[in-house]
Design a protein around this ligand. Sequence first.
Ligand code: GAR
Length: 189
Amino acid sequence: PMRLGVMASGSGSNFEAIAQAIRDQQLNAQIQTVIYNNPGAGVVARADRFGVGHQLFDHRQFPSREALDAAIVSALQAADVDWVIMAGWMRIVTPILINAFPNRVLNIHPSLLPSFRGIRAVEQALAAGVKVTGCTVHLVVPEVDAGEIIMQAAVPVLIDDTAATLQQRIHTQEHVIYPRAIALCCDRI
Ligand code: GAR
């Protein structure tokens, strides 16, 4: 099985979808470790429930993005990770991390890239008035949200959507495509 390192900042629902897909044998992989940066992040309780170890790297304790990434790379290499899976990782990553795992870092973004890169993508879509948005799994390159697209799912924007209701609809599709996209990537290498 492919050895995954998951990086998450928040609730970790995408982590859970991946862990569940592995448990259900829809994805031939194992999660070696969860890297998180916010003390108290919801992903910790989910990792505990799946018996996956986790390590806190609080970005506030590091002098630069590069120093944070170097520490994370050391942890991922110590865990013998093949693929790095950013699942709601809300920090910009540097070439320190990307070059340590060439073409082996994936991210999920809550829009149909190349539309609405960067932060608050769901709010950006609402403000633009688009009637369809979605989510994208892509390879990570130094330019934010610009790497090769692996898989996308479309989601309708409804008349009375708020950021919360639209985000929820996007999340449901993220949980479908992220495990599939990981399986696709692992098989083609
Ligand atoms: C997901 O919607 C993901 O697309 C988004 O954060 C959420 C994490 O949810 N990522 C970004 O916005 C990256 N810039 P989760 O913690 O429940 O998996």
